[in-house]
Design a protein around this ligand. Structure first.
Ligand code: SAM
Length: 246
């Protein structure tokens, strides 16, 4: 087979203190093939090289649930989780493959992407993940989503304070938001701090790390929901990005 994903067992072990079992490795491979096929019809990702896919989609997705480089199963064991703006399914699908006891909701506003994911979930036999089409500004007010999740994941959707406004209303008190970021600046910490205060959260930690194959710098932010988010958040569709909380 030409498009064979590398296994990288040693690198998984060294960097996250974890490695996929045979079934998970086979599901990663299958996911990769589904994405390559889906890319022929839809613009799902520009990352198609096997090593790059492994690093930027699989490893990066799972690094978010391995704070300090330690994979922590208890973070998602029996948890209900949501991936906001999941696109082609990242980070939510690799996380759902890895944590079969968590219930993952994959949310995106684009119907075509969600249709692709629905087909992929069937093909992958992944029964602990389901999809939802919608804008997070709206679903953040629906009783079946607001204050329902233990963990909210968000990668490459918007700046950090917008991501805080998208994630915190969906969390139960005590829940954790994981915001995946490329670059990070001190200025962002200041505006994020203000946003998080208004939303009932606190910044639990900010981690910088390098990816294992290309040594690219990445960040993950962990926000804890400590008190209820005021009912006015998230604001109406488009407002958080036009006028981010400062
Ligand atoms: N998270 C994926 C990843 O890291 O590969 C996809 C990132 S893609 C750049 C951003 C995705 O967020 C798009 O699929 C878009 O449709 C979705 N999105 C953006 N704003 C959204 C919103 N307000 N509500 C729901 N989905 C949104």
């Amino acid at each position: 087979m030409t498009n064979l994903l590398p296994e990288m067992a040693e690198i998984w072990q060294q960097t996250l203190n974890w490695q996929p079992n045979a079934q998970q490795q086979q599901q990663f491979q299958h996911l990769y093939e589904l994405i390559l096929r889906g890319n022929q019809q839809l613009n799902l990702t520009r990352i198609t090289d096997p090593q790059e896919f492994w690093e930027k989609h699989l490893w990066d997705s799972l690094r978010g649930i391995a704070p300090n480089g330690q994979f922590i199963p208890s973070l998602l064991e029996n948890a209900s989780a949501i991936d906001i703006g999941t696109g082609a399914g990242f980070p939510g699908i690799p996380v759902a493959i890895t944590m079969p006891n968590c219930q993952m909701t994959l949310l995106d506003s684009t119907r075509k992407k969600i249709n692709f994911i629905d087909e992929s979930l069937t093909q992958l036999n992944l029964s602990n993940a389901k999809t939802f089409i919608g804008r997070v500004e709206e679903i953040g007010h629906y009783p079946q989503h607001r204050k329902r999740y233990d963990v909210a994941l968000i990668r490459a959707v918007s700046n950090a304070s917008v991501c805080a406004e998208y994630t915190l209303p969906l969390l139960k008190q005590g829940g954790l938001a994981v915001i995946y970021r490329g670059n990070w600046t001190e200025d962002e910490t200041k505006s994020l701090q203000n946003a998080v205060n208004q939303l009932g959260g606190l910044i639990e930690s900010l981690e910088q790390f390098t990816t294992p194959l290309t040594n690219s710098i990445r960040h993950c932010l962990y926000l804890r929901k400590v008190v209820n988010t005021p009912a006015s958040f998230p604001r109406a569709v488009g407002i958080p990005t036009q006028n981010p909380l400062l």
